[in-house]
Write a protein that binds this ligand. Structure first.
Ligand SMILES: Cc1ncc(COP(=O)(O)O)c(C=O)c1O
Length: 295
């Protein structure tokens, strides 16, 4: 059983008890992060903590901890879950507005609930590297503030389930004829040598991986364009990718049951994937863990 962090304590995940009056449970009144770690080192932790701060501010929930306290707590979690069999872990971190009698308006005095738990990140399977993944397009039925990493994910769940039922691994969401993002990922297309991704508006999560991938593409010399991406452009894209912290950069080779270009992961993806693996290993060798607590 893995160890979780819950309101100031480390305990086995199955010993965590969450109140039925928790506003995260009742209203989805909460935000979250998913932070990857490789070989015991966080990857892009500062960027994830900055986005957490932004999400908390957007829902007017004072952050229970500052950046150093978050780091200490998350480092403690990684150390307690260290296991050579699963060197790479994703940390799921959720902050809810806390426990109070059920009423939509914010309660007066309430302590936020903080939960962090881990799950293994598996390397990209060789078949995915060779063959890519299938995706389907689906209507974007989410709310108007998708830039907040809120736990109210029902529309994302339904879109991902629709994709799964069609034998695909992700749904690419369309709003007003344009791509917003994936059900749990950001979307990219390569069109005539240009790496295109939708701009950061209220309908797109500012993905940490998205930002790194844009930098990697620029550094590799590709023109990069953050602009509206029409659904019709996906049909003639040379490459389509989906990015997220745990699935990294995935090449989409089938869309709505049609091959994307020649149906194989493209050369730009190959290069960006390699650059991403390099960035991970660099962070691993240059990162220094905080000393264990008490030192
Ligand atoms: C809706 C949505 N968009 C984009 C992303 C990718 O964000 P990141 O790269 O920060 O993991 C996620 C990740 O879960 C997501 O849920």
């Amino acid at each position: 059983m893995s160890i979780a962090y819950f309101n100031g304590e480390y305990l086995p995940l199955d010993a965590v008890r969450i109140s039925p009056l928790d506003r995260g449970f009742l209203f989805g009144d909460s935000v979250y992060e998913v932070i990857p770690s490789y070989g015991g080192h966080f990857f892009l932790l500062d960027q994830h903590l900055q986005r957490l701060t932004r999400s908390l501010a957007a829902i007017r929930l004072p952050s229970p901890y500052g950046p150093t306290q978050w780091r200490e707590r998350l480092d403690g979690l990684l150390q307690r879950n260290a296991d050579p069999a699963t060197p790479d872990l994703g940390i799921y971190l959720q902050v809810t507005r806390g426990v109070a009698p059920r009423d939509h308006a914010f309660p007066g005095e309430v302590r936020p609930t903080v939960l962090a738990m881990v799950s293994p990140i598996r390397p990209l399977p060789a078949t995915t590297r060779r063959q890519g993944i299938a995706a389907v397009t689906a209507p974007d039925q989410r709310w108007a503030r998708c830039d907040i990493k809120a736990t109210t994910l029902l529309a994302n769940v339904l879109a991902r389930q629709a994709a799964t039922e069609q034998g695909a691994q992700e749904a690419i969401l369309l709003r007003d004829g344009h791509v917003t993002e994936g059900a749990a990922s950001n979307a990219f297309a390569v069109l005539e040598g240009v790496v295109v991704t939708p701009p950061l508006t209220a309908t797109v999560l500012p993905g940490v991986t998205r930002s790194l991938v844009l930098d990697l593409a620029r550094n590799a010399g590709y023109p990069v364009c953050e602009r509206d991406l029409a659904a019709s452009e996906l049909q003639r894209a040379d490459e389509i990718w989906l990015t997220s912290s745990t699935r990294e950069v995935l090449p989409v080779t089938r869309l709505d049951d049609h091959p994307v270009a020649d149906g194989r992961p493209g050369p730009v993806w190959q290069q960006i994937h390699a650059a991403y693996q390099h960035a991970k290993s660099e962070a691993h060798t240059s990162a220094s863990m905080l000393p264990p607590e008490g030192m």
